[in-house]
Design a protein around this ligand. Structure first.
Ligand code: TYD
Ligand code: MG
Length: 455
């Protein structure tokens, strides 16, 4: 018998502690540490005979390697996010908040794959087969050959999916419901989730099936989150979105077989998820270009241009400490822009509340949005609407200089495509194309921008 050791594991990040604590040093979360019994030691039990492996020279491998074999779903937004389809023998983790649409997306993917002649097994640990079927009916997927199973025990799942012809792809929904006979802690703990995921990955590697694992992002530490298995899988995708909005973004954060920073964009409808092939049109949809404080940012998501409106409201404060509220952007970045405006342009905002919102519930992570944010702020403060046909991009440094950003050409091309004839952008962007009738204005520094907007 292996010795049982008691340890305390953070259910958010997996950090192991010797004793219980209220706050995890690893991730800073509160109340996420719980007691967890684990089998001690590594390398298996007594009597295990070590097996000799074989090391091969890298140079002799040239003939044996080839492109990773992929399974296309035909849902191009999903194929784009996975880097060209699911890879056989690999494991993909799809994380996201509960209720965001992970099961919906995967049921649609399963149906699409099944129609292409692949054998797909959908293992649901959260819903009964009848419930999953009901959803499939709503998604127009009920008439496909997708195999459904409702299991949570790891050994039972392996027995179920090993029966009959080998599947091309297995979906496990979700990893938090997995529990194994070999681990004796409670279901949903880090140990159980890791053991279960490990078994699924091993199955994928041995059989060449693609494994798709669903993981709920958990706010409180009662059950382990997807972060504790991120390092074990080949690719990690997060399904994001705002409950108040219909669109959803599938974002790649790790991919051993393709690019990261790619996104797939979907819209949730009453018949499931619909692909959005031109996200800019979606985010600019309900635009009111005549009011002050709105600037269109020409952004990039991986290789893909995304135009989105940044809205600012600057108003005289009635409080002792003015309010700063940001939705969809980094609040410390906003503080920086405000400080630069104050220090280098004489724009005083100490007596003003500042609200910043990115339209459509979208989240911007690029520093290139600085110039659009600054334009929106100045426009709102001055009460002057920005030209409706102008886009903005460029990073602002602490000195007030506007610094060049990457992929200028693509940003401008997308802007032109959507009818924007003007742009304000950094100086010396080498790849600036000559726009036919379009006018690109190079902005040297922030004072230059302020004088152009506020006159
Ligand atoms: P679901 O896929 O169950 O989320 P997850 O697996 O990430 O927890 O999606 C649940 C939400 O999606 C639910 O609030 C209802 C909504 N939905 C639609 O709007 N249209 C649909 O066709 C389906 C199936 C779900
Ligand atoms: Mg679900």
């Amino acid at each position: 018998m292996a010795k049982t050791r008691t340890q305390f594991v953070c259910q958010n990040c997996g950090t192991v502690h010797n004793r219980w604590a209220g706050k995890c040093d690893g991730c800073g979360e509160w109340n996420t540490i719980i007691e967890d019994d684990q089998m001690g030691g590594i390398g298996g039990g007594p009597g295990k005979v070590p097996k000799k492996g074989r090391a091969v020279a890298l140079t002799t491998l040239s003939g044996e390697t080839e492109e990773a074999p992929r399974i296309f779903t035909g849902i191009s937004e999903l194929d784009r996010a996975t880097g060209g389809g699911f890879v056989r023998g690999s494991a993909v983790l799809i994380g996201g908040d509960p209720g965001i649409g992970k099961s919906t997306l995967l049921m649609q993917a399963a149906a699409a794959l099944s129609r292409r002649g692949h054998r797909i097994i959908y293992v649901s640990g959260e819903e009964a087969v009848a419930q999953v079927r009901l959803r499939a009916q709503r998604l127009d997927a009920a008439n496909t050959e997708v195999l459904l199973a409702a299991e949570t025990n790891v050994e039972d799942i392996l027995a179920t999916i090993s029966e009959g012809k080998r599947p091309d792809l297995v979906i496990i929904d979700s990893i938090q419901t997995l529990w194994s006979d070999t681990a004796d802690s409670a279901p949903g703990t880090v140990t159980q989730v890791r053991t279960g995921v490990q078994a699924m990955i091993r199955y994928a590697k041995q059989t060449g099936a693609a494994m798709v694992l669903v993981g709920h992002v958990t706010k409180e530490g009662q059950i382990a989150g997807p972060r504790v298995v991120e390092h074990m899988v080949d690719a990690v995708l997060y399904f994001e979105g705002d409950r108040g909005h219909h669109y959803r973004i599938l974002r790649t954060v790790k991919n051993r077989f393709g690019p990261t920073d790619e996104i797939g964009v979907f819209e949730m409808s009453d018949k499931g998820l619909r692909e959005v092939s031109n996200p800019s049109e979606l985010f600019l949809g309900e635009r009111n270009a005549k009011s002050p404080g709105a600037a269109v940012f020409a952004g990039m998501e991986g290789t893909r241009p995304v135009l989105v409106e940044v809205q600012a409201l600057v108003a005289q404060t009635s409080l002792g400490t003015p309010r700063r509220a940001v939705v969809g952007w980094d609040s410390s970045r906003l503080s920086m822009i405000l400080a630069v405006l104050e220090a280098h342009c004489g724009v005083k905002l100490g007596q003003h509340d500042v609200y910043l919102n990115v339209a459509g519930g979208y989240r911007i992570s690029e520093p290139a949005a600085d110039l659009a944010v600054a334009s929106a702020l100045v426009s709102s403060l001055a009460g002057v609407a920005l030209p409706a046909d102008c886009v903005y991009f460029g990073e602002i440094s602490l000195s007030g200089a506007v610094r060049p950003v990457s992929q200028t050409g693509q940003r401008l091309k997308e802007a032109e495509k959507l009818g924007f004839a003007r742009a304000m952008l950094p100086v010396s962007s080498a790849e600036v194309p000559k726009g036919g009738n379009s006018r690109w204005t190079e902005i040297e520094d922030l004072p230059d921008l302020v004088s152009r907007i506020a006159g």
